[in-house]
Design a binder for this molecule. Structure first.
Ligand SMILES: [Zn+2]
Length: 334
């Protein structure tokens, strides 16, 4: 605790209060809303400002609708003023959750899950020079793993490290069970036109988002929400987690693009959205990276050469580094 932080037990509906720089958090034991706020400047020899906040008990329904409105308000503020608002919205809701997971015993560093697309009976796209997508994605995944593990900052898990087929839902389930903080699915594209070339990055589309809830409940991908959170808040918190996950996915994609541009050709409008199944985890930031077009002779050659693949995985590594640099700064400032 420092000069700017304090906390204590409350009364009359407030179970715990916490004062941090820039925020005052009340944990409530019943649905309440703010009726009135008075700010009193210092008077006489006083140096402290005083704030008087009147809270009143409201119905569950009223609380839920006000919380929803506040969440919307914070979403807008967040768009205007950055991520600080999201934290406030969570705290306003009177409970907390996080897309950060408790690390598995024995794991250290940030957990990155790499998904080599296709495999086994599913070859994926076929290259003009005879190669198969499933082999290219596996080699790239193994290279990326080696590169990340050499860093010491990451725990890397591969959805597959041999030529086996893995169901789409199992790819996501494994990533969640491993407490993935970032999920990267590696693929290589195919197009009817052999001149189309370059890498591209996909994050979940609006249409894909519509499938998240159904697939999450079908596969038991439960969003971790603190025990004892009132039922009426879990929906709001789940929505916040999903929005946060989407924001993080987009952030990573935007960090990845300039790195890919340094490493080789990229497709125009290269950050795209799609409803790919592997992007459906409600709480794991995820991107699908198409490394290039196997229907383009130059891309096919590049992705099957050690140098070309090395350049691509180096680019992904730099983006991962930047992404977690940001996360670490964010955590340090919380
Ligand atoms: Zn593919």
């Amino acid at each position: 605790m420092n000069a700017y932080s304090a906390e204590g037990l409350g009364s009359g509906g407030v179970s715990v209060w916490t004062l941090n720089p820039g925020e005052l958090v009340f944990e409530l034991d019943r649905p309440m809303s703010v009726v009135r706020v008075l700010r009193l400047p210092p008077t006489g020899t006083e140096t402290a400002h005083r704030v008087i906040i009147d809270l009143d008990t409201v119905s569950d329904a009223r609380f839920a609708s006000m919380a929803k409105r506040d969440v919307r308000r914070f979403a807008k503020a967040e768009a205007d003023a950055g991520k600080a608002a999201e934290k406030a919205a969570l705290q306003l809701a009177g409970a907390s959750t996080s897309t950060r997971k408790v690390p598995l015993r024995g794991t250290k560093g940030h957990v990155v899950v790499i998904d080599a697309g296709h495999g086994g009976k599913d070859p994926g796209a076929l290259a003009v020079n005879g190669g198969k997508e499933k082999d290219i994605t596996l080699k790239a995944a193994l290279d990326l793993r080696d590169l990340l593990e050499a860093d010491g900052r990451y725990t890397v898990r591969l959805v597959r490290d041999t030529d086996v087929y893995v169901d789409h839902e199992d790819r996501v389930t494994r990533a969640r069970n491993w407490n993935a903080e970032l999920f990267i699915s590696l693929h290589a594209d195919a197009a009817g036109n052999s001149t189309v070339a370059g890498a591209s990055v996909y994050t979940i589309s609006a249409r894909g988002e519509g499938r998240i809830d159904r697939e999450a409940s079908r596969n038991n991908w439960v969003i971790p929400i603190e025990d004892g959170t009132p039922q009426r808040l879990t929906g709001i918190l789940s929505d916040l987690v999903k929005r946060e996950t989407k924001t993080r996915s987009g952030e990573f994609a935007e960090l990845l693009l300039p790195e890919l541009e340094k490493a080789g050709p990229v497709l125009r409008n290269t950050h795209r959205s799609a409803g790919f199944y592997v992007l459906l985890a409600p709480d794991v930031p995820a991107v699908l990276l198409e490394l290039g077009f196997l229907t383009n002779a130059e891309d096919a050659r590049r992705l099957q050469s050690d140098r070309g693949r090395e350049a691509a995985v180096q680019a992904v590594k730099r983006a991962i580094d930047s992404y977690f640099d940001r996360q670490d700064v964010r955590l340090a400032s919380q």
